[in-house]
Design a protein around this ligand. Structure first.
Ligand code: MN3
Length: 199
């Protein structure tokens, strides 16, 4: 199996009284484990699709990959983000970046709490670094998958919004995708892979 449930970096009762042992045991041992199992299954099914050249269920397994993959990544971060000795305020470079991007720690905390409380249904509040602007951003995720995995770095993208192809290809999206393969700068993709796998 490619993916495994990580050990918690503390005991199940170590976050009491803020986070109770019973919830933490279920959350890690049942819920997070379910994402890991589902992710391994999706990866295996997609490998099988390539082997058999059978993409009839591609939409389903890509959804499963995103749902379980995002769940796995976010829970790994969630466990690592907590410690029995936690709380207080950040120091150093993080404190400076928060002050620069949000005005103050107090404003950041209010913004993050308000955004997270306002998530519709199941979801997450997320502090993220945007490498395109070198800025911190507060994001919310409803559910968590929506066909992507948080934390992945895009290397190669094909725009299939209608504005990208409709004048020439109209409703023939597969024809645009086929044409797009003739345009790819593989040296650029290679460079982006080197950058992403270096961090
Ligand atoms: Mn959870």
């Amino acid at each position: 199996m490619i993916y495994q449930l990580p050990e918690l970096p503390y005991a199940y009762d170590a976050l009491e009284p803020h986070y109770d042992e019973q919830t933490l045991r279920l959350h890690h041992g049942a819920h997070h484990k379910g994402y890991v199992d589902g992710l391994n299954k999706a990866v295996a099914k997609l490998a099988r699709a390539r082997e058999t050249d059978d993409y009839a269920l591609i939409k389903h397994w890509e959804r499963e990959l995103a749902f379980h993959g995002a769940g796995h990544v976010l829970h790994c971060l969630f466990w690592e983000n907590m410690t029995p000795q936690g709380g207080g305020e950040p120091q150093g470079a993080l404190a400076q970046q928060i002050a620069k991007d949000f005005g103050s720690f107090t404003a950041f905390k209010k913004h993050f709490s308000a955004a997270t409380a306002a998530v519709e249904g199941s979801g997450w509040g997320i502090l993220a670094f945007n490498p395109h602007s070198s800025q911190l951003e507060i994001m919310t995720a409803e559910k968590h998958q929506d066909l992507s995995i948080w934390g992945v770095t895009p290397l190669l993208v094909c725009d299939v919004w209608e504005h990208a192809y409709y004048l020439k290809y109209q409703n023939r999206r597969p024809a645009w995708i086929e044409a797009w393969w003739n345009l790819i700068n593989w040296r650029d993709v290679e460079k982006k892979l080197a950058q992403a796998s270096n961090v």
